[in-house]
Design a protein around this ligand. Sequence first.
Ligand SMILES: C[S@@+](CC[C@H](N)C(=O)[O-])C[C@H]1O[C@@H](n2cnc3c(N)ncnc32)[C@H](O)[C@@H]1O
Length: 286
Amino acid sequence: MHGYSHQHDHHHHLGQAEVLDLDAVVHRARLDDIVELVAAALHRPPRTIVDIGSGTGTGTVALARRFVDAELIAVDNDPRMLERVRNAAAEAGAATRIRTMEADLDDRWPDVGDVDLIWAALSLHHIADPDRLFRSARSALTSGGLLAAVEMDGLPRFLPDDIGLGRPGLESRCHALASGNGWNEHPNWTEYLHRAGFEVLEERRVDIDLDPAPDGTVEYATLMLERMRTGIGDRLDPDDRATLDRLLDPGDPAALRHRRDLSVRGSRTVWTARPTPSPTMEGSER
Ligand SMILES: C[S@@+](CC[C@H](N)C(=O)[O-])C[C@H]1O[C@@H](n2cnc3c(N)ncnc32)[C@H](O)[C@@H]1O
């Protein structure tokens, strides 16, 4: 039993790192837009940045490129993710400015010192006690410091409604089942930020509609639909399951890898927030 769950976990995380890297390739342009939005909200270029729940370092590296004098710390509780961050940092020529720190954010706020920018992308919804995390984040920020959070509003879509195969709306039906599984759900962080003593400067929805599909889309869509097949496949009706299998079968002419009708659609929400001026926050803790 233990052996099984360990192995399962291992595979899940390998898949997760690949999904994150493909997500980075596909959304590169949008991520740069979001980083610009954050840059515009800062009073001065940040000297210290912490990326909480860094994953493979997508955000860390994008921030290092944009803020060329900043020192960055990527925090994650998964050492395999952090190894990827170090590789990505070296590839980007930023190895001397990017540190990694293995820490469980559910235990306590990591020992990163004072920071000018806290970046949390697609990670806050994993945190068990976000109120506590936001309070700690607030006390870690220097004056004039900023917190930037990003979340995905639902799963990305790759297929048109009618793919000329099976009943139209397959992807919507998959997503409906997946959201029942809790995938990707996140609350609106604005309320939480207020409670923790932040002023929310902006809560902005960034729409994503990449057509023609950028490089990496076939691989990204394939991984996502494979996960769908594993996660909710047995709850799809048999016709939908058969269609999904055809999309994933490399030998099938209708498979994702042979299609010309893929795009990437979705949206992300970005919050930028800074500590409210009042110095005494009840319940503030590190
Ligand atoms: C969906 S990934 C997002 C990665 C990255 N920020 C990005 O935008 O691509 C979420 C990351 O949060 C990390 N994470 C989840 N819970 C955590 C915790 N309690 N402490 C530290 N990291 C955590 C996971 O290991 C994973 O790498």
